[in-house]
Write a protein that binds this ligand. Structure first.
Ligand SMILES: Nc1ncnc2c1ncn2[C@@H]1O[C@H](COP(=O)(O)OP(=O)(O)OP(=O)(O)O)[C@@H](O)[C@H]1O
Ligand SMILES: [Mg+2]
Length: 364
């Protein structure tokens, strides 16, 4: 079968971004709000595989269509500030052409640019990130272009992140046409929100990537299977959609294996479906469950183990199974909720937020 629709691999752009139109719409509106307004800074929170990275890439495209110069998603790292400058220069260069298509030169020294968005060597070597960003934004504003900076995999206590935020705040102070969007795991971001230097982030617009609606998943499956020549009953297709639990990554895996396992005529029966679901589940456990647990402490994992036999667990039962007091269990409960690994469906109870994690823990 021809699988042009599913790309079950991390960070791969999907053929269609399912179920995120409303979020993207709001974010674009934020970009178009008055410079300096709080809607211009957004934090995207989501579990592993919830689609943060691909959402940023989609936003980059849509923002470019709206005339923004975009520093495409940059992962927090030591050279992040330099990369952001380079990306803005690369993306913005096309707006710096004169009538005959040649790059517009600057009076060397006066503005600090040599040609287009390239800095003179003096500026390049001696000036800070914040200074360069401000100069770029001024120069681009002459061309009626705003700047959008996208930062992925935000981590607590990163000096480079603080550098980017401080520089952004200076741009805001100067009323420049700039916007900033971050993405990260809820746990990583919650640490940052508690950092006094970064209190600004508390006021930023927050977007949480919730599970996709099963109806949206099913509608996409219906379209993708038809186009790929896969022939599957609506009831089986619905089972497939439900099995994803709304996880975008599972959507890719389940869709991929169904297309792959369909017989030569494209037929998918109950048996084929079950095989596809099993393969998807195995891959998901490897990619998501394992990495999620690897990032946790032994005690966190013990808490999850204690939960893994119920659909919803009572916090008192968990404490008892762990052989610890309630206060102690509450501490881990809070950490795991902050981390987006569990949820609190009702008072005194917790449940898993990551599909298949309970089963995976029981198998260990
Ligand atoms: N809205 C969506 N519709 C369809 N597929 C999606 C959607 N969002 C994400 N995906 C798919 O899910 C997978 C994971 O997406 P992505 O890498 O963006 O997740 P992430 O949240 O950045 O994960 P991590 O925290 O590990 O960086 C990719 O294969 C991607 O194509
Ligand atoms: Mg990512």
């Amino acid at each position: 079968m021809n699988d042009a629709f599913f790309s079950p691999s991390f960070g791969n752009r999907p053929s269609k971004l399912v179920g995120r139109d409303a979020i993207l719409e709001t974010m674009i509106q934020g970009l178009e709000s008055r410079p300096g307004s709080r809607e211009r800074a957004t934090i995207v929170l989501g579990q592993r595989g919830s689609g943060k990275t691909v959402l940023l890439w989609e936003l980059a495209d849509r923002a470019r269509d709206k005339g923004f110069v975009v520093a495409s998603p940059t992962v927090v790292s030591e050279d992040m500030p330099d990369r952001i400058i380079e990306k803005i220069q690369d993306d913005g260069e096309r707006y710096m052409k004169g009538k005959r298509g040649q790059l517009v030169g600057g009076t060397v020294g006066a503005l600090g640019f040599s040609v287009g968005l390239q800095f003179s060597s003096e500026i390049q070597e001696t000036k800070s990130f914040g200074y360069k960003l401000l100069k770029l934004s001024e120069r681009l504003e002459e061309q009626n272009r705003g700047i959008l900076i996208l930062v992925d995999e935000v981590q607590a206590n990163s000096p480079e992140l603080k550098q980017v935020i401080s520089a952004y705040l200076e741009l805001v102070g100067e009323q420049r046409n700039a916007a900033l969007v971050f993405a990260g795991l809820p746990a990583a971001v919650s640490h940052i929100l508690n950092d006094r230097v970064l209190t600004f982030l508390n006021r930023a617009h927050k977007v949480t990537l919730e599970p996709l609606a099963i109806g949206d998943v099913d509608a996409f499956f219906s379209h993708a299977f038809k186009q790929s020549g896969v022939n599957i009953d609506a009831a089986l297709r619905k089972t497939a959609a439900e099995s994803t639990g709304g996880s975008p990554y599972l959507l890719q895996l389940v869709g991929h294996y169904i297309v792959e396992y369909a017989d030569a005529s494209g037929r998918v029966d109950e048996g084929v479906l079950q095989e596809a679901l099993a393969s998807a589940r195995e891959q998901f456990e490897q990619d998501i469950c394992e990495t999620t647990l690897a990032a946790l402490s032994d005690k966190d994992v013990a808490f999850l183990q204690a939960m893994s036999y119920d659909d919803e667990s009572n916090i008192g039962d968990i404490a008892q199974r762990m052989g610890v007091g309630q206060d102690y269990a509450q501490k881990y409960r809070k950490r795991l909720i902050d981390g987006g690994i569990i949820t609190a469906p009702r008072r005194g109870y917790v449940a898993f937020a990551v599909p298949y994690l309970a089963g995976y823990l029981r198998k260990r």
